[in-house]
Design a protein around this ligand. Sequence first.
Ligand code: PLP
Ligand code: SF4
Length: 362
Amino acid sequence: METWQRHLQASITGPGKITRPFGVDPGPLEEVAERYPMRVPPYYLGLIKEVGDPIWKQAVPDLLELQDSICLDDPLEEENQSPVPNLVHRYPDRVLFLVSSECAMYCRFCTRKRKVGGEDMRITGETIDAGIDYISQHPEIRDVIVSGGDPLLLSDEKLDSILSRLRAIPHVQIIRIGSRVPVVLPMRITSALVRVLRKHHPLFLNTHFNHPDEITEQAAKACARLADAGIPLGNQTVLMRDINDDPLVMKLLMQKLLAIRVRPYYIYQADLVQGTDHFRTSVEEGLDVIRGLRGHTSGMAVPAFVIDAPGGGGKIPLLPDYLQSLGSEVILKNYLGETYSYVNAASKAEKELIKKVVNENG
Ligand SMILES: *Cc1c(COP(=O)(O)O)cnc(C)c1O
Ligand code: SF4
């Protein structure tokens, strides 16, 4: 067994072992962990400083998960847009391909809380074959997002085989891996794994840091290994109450990500997922986070803020109101709130129309 597998095996899977050292009664939390699986690797557990801190909140079950709310099991209607099991084809030229039902940690806020780590997410050799068949029969698919669960919990051999089969499809231009392993189980990023990944370029990896305390020396080393293998790294953060809903915390996170060669890609408004309502912030707070980034720090540190539209409408970007009005004069507000004006030019269609009128009259 590899070191990372041994580490994963030592994960805490019930509330008792995690809450007792912190003096919290685990009793009521057992029911939560029965409904939604719990798993926290010792490494991530070690990042907790105190009860209820941003690391704790992401890892430890909370009674609030059982609260009724307007939230849904599958708000993004992934199941409706699945032509074959575990593959979501929502956009014209790319698909989301779920190849693992397991994660190193079961994040309390997970969008796929309804299925990851549970019985309902059945990923088998057959579903993987069916996904690869579907992709090979659809030449419009030029981008495959390999996700789960966490694809990096598969063995090197399994992952190599899936990536090789995708690479053998001529129309698949790029492959993206979505993985939280660099954050919660960085020892999984072994040199052997990186040797496998680098065979399948152009390959991108998007990871998922939510708080500056997650950027440790070990996480940095994992990201450095991937970046050194020529894998461009991106990050997707979920905006969450009392975790990162503070513009200064988010700025620090984005800056620290760039320092470990991870480019912020998205900040998500929290999805309407059953069992995660207590993590949701208002959309205005998300816009405040973006306002706190743009202009105040490197543009490279500013991701897109998006809402993944309920009902499967896809990711919709939101921007604070920098554009005040749009006409022959464009009124703009900069990051300090100062107003500027830009003289607009005629569009190509307008110019052609003018030319036509002049020709007709001349
Ligand atoms: C997020 C997502 C994608 C990828 O979207 P990008 O904006 O290209 O990163 C593709 N398919 C599904 C179903 C998604 O949820
Ligand atoms: S690693 Fe990702 S898929 Fe797995 S539980 Fe966490 S958020 Fe969900």
